[in-house]
Design a protein around this ligand. Sequence first.
Ligand code: HEM
Length: 221
Amino acid sequence: MQFTQSTVGRKMIMAVTGLCLVLFLIIHSVGNLGVFSGPDGINAYADFLHNLGAGVWIFRIALAAIFVIHIAYGIQLTMENMAARPDGYTYKQDSRATFASKTMIYTGFIIFAFLVYHLLHFTIRVTNPEIYGLDAAGRFDVFTMMVEGFSSVVVSLVYLIAMIALILHLSHGVASIFQTVGLNNVKSLPIIEKVGKAVAILLFLAFICIPVAILIGIVSL
Ligand code: HEM
């Protein structure tokens, strides 16, 4: 009880849930790259995941809980910081505050809004009925869904905006994880900051290369 009431405890929870989300994103982005292996590769991968039975639901519930905890504590800590310094005094004084660190709450909201849209688009499959179907083997045709989905410039733009928010959020967030768990010192801090930026850039590239490849015709039906 005391742990979740202290600022350090709540930051620790943010760090651990943030780390889980980054690990999910790494796995998700690598899985998505299967689209470059053609319809059979990505459809077989998606079919394997869907057939994990109860495992899928345990994973989904755990992931949803992690997202909710991360967002709830993030909002709470931001509100407490704002109440403590209503004039934004600290940012003006703190030369280390970057654009990414100052906009965590806003980029977080953009990612959340994107996630709601993304789930309706690709997981619950309700936004674009024309792109959902089965392949010749009777599996969900994730390949066609992705290609037809990202053939829309508007849809790809929505993803691009969300990925820009994601790169900003992670470029500060990943470094914060290390700092919160106490792995920072004068020597390691510059390395930690570089690692955070590298993870953010790699994830951005892994996600965004898919709509780009589809729009320029490298991946097509
Ligand atoms: C271009 C970028 C992305 C692509 C192409 C993509 C693709 C997909 C696809 C195809 C699915 C459905 C998988 C299936 O049901 O077979 C999915 C599910 C999902 N995606 Fe993404 N995704 C992208 C970015 C993201 C990002 C940035 C996040 C998190 C912020 C995210 C979070 C999720 C979640 C939580 C699910 C649901 C997983 C489940 O069904 O259990 N995705 N994504």
